[in-house]
Design a protein around this ligand. Structure first.
Ligand SMILES: *Cc1c(COP(=O)(O)O)cnc(C)c1O
Length: 342
């Protein structure tokens, strides 16, 4: 029996059709900008997200890093969420490699950053302070799509305060599909946007950074410096083109599966399920620590993988099939009926 892996959408594997596209890709040396498939992916992504240019990167971490390094110089500062990927989960790269100081602030419950709180943190022009240069948002965050009117407010705020605006859009297309809008309705508010190909879109490797032409040229230099100048990368870019042309609309299926899981899990008294209508492909629940650990072990014996934690996150993706949802809920039911026995 196959394993149903709910730990993350990074676990998705390339399909047969994606592998064929990779095998057949025309390639060249991308550092010479001779790889036609990389060039095609970058042009296609720029068009799809409404920017002048795009850059294919090894990972989302690299896309965000080269973006911050391109927006900010030594002694500059970016304002970012306390639990944001671009602050907490990227090894402090902007500070380590760019001498760029992060100024983290708490996220609001809806995963926005309060613009009033951001304003308080903007440093005046004074020899004591770093120069506040950039505001970073994340969409989706914990599966939540940022409200479109908030994005418009953030954009006019950033313009008024002379800040650049970057979006960590690792799961941008989950937000666009959930909100039933063209992705450009989201991206048009930003100076730069990163997107992961290797999560719910199902590519094995790669992310994209989009922005204006001059900005992307700067980012290309930083990508080279950070070891991301890849040669016959068209093999990987072909997977990205396949992902962008075949795997966006189907994200709605993952969202449906997350809704079904939410509804199903709510029935178990031992679980506190976060029931937020704005969720995309993630379900969060909490329970007593020993319960979650025992649950994870019980499920693993039944070919279901979860990462138990203080809050446990289940992530749906293209390798979770419709029939799996009933199976998963049945295993939870079995676990909790065992638990009730003396
Ligand atoms: C996954 C992720 C990234 C990038 O991660 P990589 O593993 O480096 O590709 C960036 N931001 C968020 C919110 C993510 O979930």
């Amino acid at each position: 029996m196959r394993t149903i892996d709910l730990r993350s959408d990074t676990v998705t594997r390339p399909s047969e059709a994606m592998r064929s596209a990779m095998a057949e890709a025309e390639v060249g040396d991308d550092v010479y900008r001779d790889d036609p498939t990389v060039n095609k992916l970058e042009a296609y992504a720029a068009e799809l997200l409404g920017f002048e240019a795009a850059l294919f990167t090894a990972s989302g971490t690299q896309a965000n890093l080269v973006s911050i390094l391109s927006h900010c110089g030594r002694g500059d500062e970016y304002i970012v969420g306390q639990l944001a990927h671009t602050y907490k989960y990227e090894g402090g790269g902007a500070a380590v490699l760019g001498s760029v100081q992060p100024q983290p602030i708490e996220f609001e419950a809806d995963s926005t950053l309060s613009l009033a709180k951001v304003e308080e943190k903007i440093k005046p022009d004074d020899i004591h302070f770093a120069r506040t240069r950039l505001l970073c948002l994340e969409n989706t965050r914990n599966g939540k799509a940022l409200p479109l009117n908030y994005l418009a407010e953030a954009a006019s705020f950033a313009a008024a305060k002379n800040l650049r605006l970057h979006l960590d859009g690792a799961r941008l297309f989950n937000a666009a599909v959930k909100q039933q809008v063209d992705a450009r309705k989201i991206t048009r508010h930003f100076d730069s946007v990163s997107v992961c190909l290797s999560k719910g879109l199902g590519a094995p490797v790669g992310s994209l950074l989009c922005g204006a032409k001059g900005f992307i040229e700067e980012a290309r230099k930083w990508r080279k410096m950070t070891g991301g100048g890849m040669r016959q990368a068209g093999i990987l870019a072909a997977a990205g083109i396949y992902a962008l042309t075949n795997n966006i609309d189907r994200l709605a299926q993952d969202h449906r599966h997350a809704e079904l899981l939410t509804a199903g899990l709510t029935q178990f008294e031992a679980l506190a399920v976060e029931n937020d209508p704005a969720q995309t492909n993630m379900v969060f629940f909490s329970a007593a620590a020993d319960t979650t650990a025992a649950l994870a072990e019980f499920l693993r014996d039944r070919n279901i993988l979860i990462s138990p934690g203080k809050t446990t996150r289940l992530v749906t993706h293209l390798d979770v099939h419709p029939e799996d949802i009933q199976y998963i809920l049945a295993q939870f039911a079995e676990f909790f009926s065992f638990q009730r026995r003396p």
